[in-house]
Design a protein around this ligand. Structure first.
Ligand code: NAD
Length: 495
């Protein structure tokens, strides 16, 4: 059995705790790897190495750090298929999708390579007579990221590209379900010339996470994962005095107004709900047809759903792969039974797909006439299950989203510019799509939801990301003529 170990001080370091977890090929259901789970001591060793690397890394000029980021961009781009294959092998998503995830990672490096510009402070001359005032942004020191299984290459890049470029030393605790991609990233960075100790990987479970949350030398924690864990990370890390951002679960609505193009809306809904087998935090989970468009829309959706090619993600013919683990698949299908019992109409049950029973596959499911009290609406399913809540008016659609506990993404489909503009004004979500079902901002904007989709006050990557990974220092300066110097016990004020 192949092992997935830690990456500390620029090399693979086998775990010594004696604790490990299994990693599977979800397309076959077979275990392919054993991942090491770090002990407290192993996490502490990685922090020590990071602390040693920090002074030289933060002292390296912005131009030289930018040059390293440019090299990372080149090496990552040249290795993207390799990294994507590692993602598909353990996560299950189709290779073209994994490749797109890695390319998003490359874009984040491109953004971070602009660090000389991103770290600019401000300067005000003559703020009071003879005084100037300027600000600089400085790195925090050793920082950490804890990531989920669903984007094992991209989400670590959301965090580490900006963190590293800003001059921090970053420790990644990847998901234990598909940890292989983390080592691909580490090797990529090493090949690009990133100094040892600046990016490290500590594999593990709650033991490693809890140590990150309490370690006095870890200054900031960035987290992406489910809502209950995000809430815990936010509460614990902030109680320990750390800067923390915790991005969490989601239930994204796609509102289809009566004037929308039915075919385009159906294409978008099917692409978004079933892409990556629904294991995307920005996937549409709930389609909300408004008024008369319900019937034609559902017909078009069913037509497309029946044609989806489900199978091994390594086969370029396939469009949707399996779920990540057997446990997750089993949980996903409980929502289909629950929906039926609670009065919804199950139009397609993914267990009727021929691949049910092979690996961790479940086919696409469609559940119509869902209401807000049903578990399939209230919970995040995170699988290839479309729930459809029909409403009569635009106001009901907006109100539905407002009442939902999450607010990651929301989309509206319409041909009416005024209605779309009003939706942007009204809707309670952090990222909004107009005729775009997965509105993930590019690297130069920031990513993050509202309500229970984000605990903390800064979004990830983009300008807010750079802000999160740095702190400001304000410097007040004067160069007086010594002849004018006097003792003055008054509180400095504006003169
Ligand atoms: P998860 O919360 O189970 O795990 C995330 C990380 O937390 C992993 O590294 C895991 O090892 C660790 N962890 C799990 N349980 C823990 C515990 N009890 N104590 C301490 N650490 C723990 O999430 P997941 O299943 O890997 O990922 C799917 C979830 O992530 C979904 O809810 C999805 O919506 C969310 N997600 C959100 C975003 C976003 O930007 N809002 C992006 C991607 C994924």
């Amino acid at each position: 059995m192949e092992r997935i170990s830690h990456w500390v001080g620029g090399k693979v370091v086998p775990g010594e705790s004696g604790r490990t977890g299994p990693v599977f090929n979800p397309a076959t259901g077979e275990q392919t790897h054993e991942v090491d789970f770090a002990s407290v001591e192993e996490l502490d060793r990685a922090v020590e190495v990071a602390k040693e690397a920090f002074p030289d890394w933060r002292t390296l000029s912005l131009s030289k750090r930018a040059a390293v980021m440019f090299r990372i961009r080149e090496v990552m781009d040249s290795r993207k298929t390799e990294i994507a294959k590692a993602v598909t092998a353990q996560h299950g998503k189709c290779l073209f999708d994994a490749l797109a995830e890695v390319e998003r990672g490359v874009e984040l490096v491109e953004f971070a390579a602009g660090v000389p510009h991103l770290m600019k402070g401000g300067f005000s001359e003559q703020v009071t007579t003879g005084f100037d005032l300027y600000s600089v942004r400085q790195p925090l020191g050793v920082v950490a990221g804890i990531t989920p299984f669903n984007f094992p290459a991209m989400v670590p890049m959301w965090m580490c590209a900006g963190a590293i470029a800003a001059g921090n030393c970053f420790i990644l605790k990847p998901s234990e379900k598909d940890s292989g991609a983390s080592l691909e990233l580490a090797e990529t960075f090493k090949e690009a010339g990133l100094p040892d100790g600046v990016f490290q990987v500590v594999q593990g479970d709650k033991v490693a996470v809890d140590r990150i949350l309490e370690h006095p030398d870890i200054k900031a924690v960035s987290f992406v994962g489910s809502t209950p864990v995000a809430r815990y990370i936010y509460a614990t890390a902030s109680a320990n005095g750390k800067r923390v951002q915790a991005l969490a679960g989601a239930k994204n609505h796609m509102v289809v107004l009566p004037d929308a193009d039915v075919g385009m809306a159906a294409d978008a809904a099917v692409s978004s709900v079933y892409g990556s087998a629904g294991e995307r935090c920005m996937a549409v989970a709930t389609v909300v047809p408004v008024g008369d468009i319900g019937e034609p829309l559902m017909e078009a959706i069913l037509d497309r759903t029946a044609k989806l090619k489900v199978g091994d993600g390594m086969d370029p013919e396939n469009e949707m792969g399996p779920l990540v683990t057997r446990e997750h698949r089993d949980k996903v299908v409980t929502y289909i039974d629950g929906a039926r019992e609670q009065g919804a109409k199950v139009l397609v049950d993914g267990r009727e797909h021929p691949l049910w029973g092979t690996g961790f596959f479940v086919g696409p499911s469609v559940i119509d006439h869902v209401t807000t009290e049903m578990d399939c609406y209230r919970d995040e399913i995170f699988g290839p299950v479309m729930t459809v809540v029909r409403v009569g008016t635009y106001e009901e659609a907006v109100d539905l989203i407002k009442r939902n506990r999450w607010g990651n993404g929301a989309a509206v489909f319409t041909r009416d510019g005024g209605a779309a503009r009003q939706f942007v004004f009204d809707v309670e979500a952090g990222m909004v799509g107009i005729n775009v079902p997965i509105p993930v901002p590019l690297a130069f904007y920031s990513f993050g939801g509202w309500k229970e989709s984000l605990f903390g006050d800064s979004k990830m990557y983009g300008p807010e990301g750079m802000h999160f990974w740095t702190r400001e220092k304000a410097v007040t300066v004067r160069w007086p003529d010594p002849a004018t110097s006097t003792v003055d016990l008054g509180f400095p004020g504006a003169r």
